[in-house]
Design a protein. Structure first.
Length: 445
């Protein structure tokens, strides 16, 4: 039985582990999901959206690194917003972060289930997805060092697989293929493609959530962010072009000639043009491709656990979530709670909608984080800042503007899901006000 009385996380992470986590959180976005943006905007439309989103993430990551190095706590934006604007604003920021990190893994787990189902048709994808949740939640409970070492290992395999894919496909690409029907829906397609461009990089901010478990966070967090972002930008450009320019973008979006069924497996579809479906290399690359899904699934479970733990520790969620295992020094209760919510979301079968809600949470996090950075620069000029964002105030301004415009575009093209997301935020805030007031009254009496 777990003893959860203690509240200090074990410090064991170094820069290479942070790189592995940063890339691992995100890398599944290179394997699936992004290609659905081609249906919205074509290659040019998605490329334009990806350019601006890439610019946003570059500016955001360096800005967020300043916050993470100045306030190295597991709550990430929850702690930064709380320091800048107070506990109410901090709660909204923290809840948005929890929504992002808790709702992204169910979509990835279903992809893992569907992947295994192709090899073992007798086992339903949902069963495999639930088993994956149990295994990787257990690994995260066991210890952050073991979890981070596993994450780094699978991330290295996932990166190597993507580079091998690009090495095989690039000699067979043609600019003319990349330009086929490249801008089918005009600028409206660019806006509609934004969520899928964000999916390329969603989750890199999770590096900040292991700051308390980093041996030297003031020095190493910025290194982890920087090298992870550089790796992801290079992979994004290579994968996008090499997959789209082999047989045109429609070949990696649709699985039938009637163009009614879309695929979550763009890389195998592109590879079929070169190796065929029966070659050893084709099957090898598809098998190794599982590492990309596992890396992001496992890494986001880790980040979500730290985010929920910090909210519970502050009393913004039930206090039990703020306890850690005295045996493993990990937030076991928070991890189990997140797993239960994730499995419930998984059982709805609405993977695309779950991804969209996760993106809403991410954009809220980005906007609030940049506002917090500006606020802390004014109100806390003496705060120790071992790392300062370059080109201040332009980097955080650019990130704030692009994130805000992306949020507006998301609301236009996903109005119902946007209403659902903000209803979750509002309900959570109302409950927070009611229970927090009750708790504060009990303490005062």
């Amino acid at each position: 039985m777990l003893n959860t009385k203690e509240t200090s996380l074990k410090k064991s992470l170094k820069p290479f582990a942070l790189w592995g986590l940063g890339v691992g959180y995100v890398i599944s976005g290179m394997y699936f999901g992004w290609n659905l943006g081609l249906e919205k905007g074509g290659t040019y439309g998605l490329a334009i959206a990806t350019f601006f989103i890439m610019l946003m993430y570059i500016c955001f990551s360096f800005s967020y690194a300043e916050l993470a190095c100045s306030i190295p706590k597991a709550g990430g934006v929850f702690d930064y917003a709380g320091a800048a604007f107070g506990k109410h604003f901090g709660f909204v920021a923290g809840l948005a972060q929890v929504i992002e990190f808790v709702f992204a893994p169910p979509a990835i787990s279903f992809a893992i289930g569907a992947y295994f189902n192709a090899f073992f048709p007798s086992i339903p994808p949902t069963i495999i997805a639930v088993i994956a949740y149990l295994i990787f939640t257990g690994l995260n409970i066991y210890g952050v060092k073991a979890a981070a070492n596993f994450e780094t290992l699978v991330t290295v395999f996932a990166v190597a697989e993507l580079l091998l894919f690009c090495g095989l496909t690039l000699p067979h690409t043609r600019v003319s293929n990349f330009s086929l029907n490249a801008f089918p829906n005009g600028w409206g397609g660019v806006l509609a493609a934004i969520p899928f461009a964000i999916w390329f990089f969603l989750g890199i901010e999770g590096v900040a959530n292991v700051a308390e478990e980093t041996i030297n966070p003031q020095r190493d967090i910025s290194k982890g962010f920087g090298w992870a972002l550089f790796t992801l930008v290079v992979l994004c450009i290579l994968v996008f072009y090499s997959a789209s320019a082999v047989g045109g973008w429609e070949a990696i979006v649709y699985t039938d000639s009637s163009k009614t069924t879309t695929s979550d497996s763009p890389l195998p579809l592109a590879l079929k043009f070169i190796t065929g479906e029966n070659s050893l290399m084709y099957h090898l690359l598809i098998t190794v491709g599982l590492f990309g899904l596992v890396a992001s699934f496992h890494g986001l479970i880790l980040a979500a656990g730290r985010s929920t733990y910090e909210m519970g520790k502050a009393g913004h969620l039930p206090l039990v979530f703020g306890k850690i295992s005295s045996r493993f020094k990990t937030p076991a209760i928070a991890l189990i709670g997140n797993m239960i919510v994730g499995i419930i979301a998984l059982l709805t079968g609405k993977t695309a909608q779950i991804i969209t809600i996760s993106v809403f949470g991410a954009l809220t996090l980005y906007i609030i984080a940049m506002l917090s950075l500006f606020r802390l620069r004014k109100t806390s000029p003496l705060l120790e800042r071992p790392f300062k964002v370059p080109f201040y105030p332009w980097f955080p301004r650019i990130a704030l503007v692009i994130a805000s415009c992306s949020m507006l575009a998301m609301l236009i093209y996903n109005a119902l899901l946007g209403l659902l997301y903000f209803a979750i935020l509002l309900t959570g805030y109302i409950l927070f006000r009611v229970f927090r007031k009750s708790t504060d009254h009990e303490h005062s009496s």
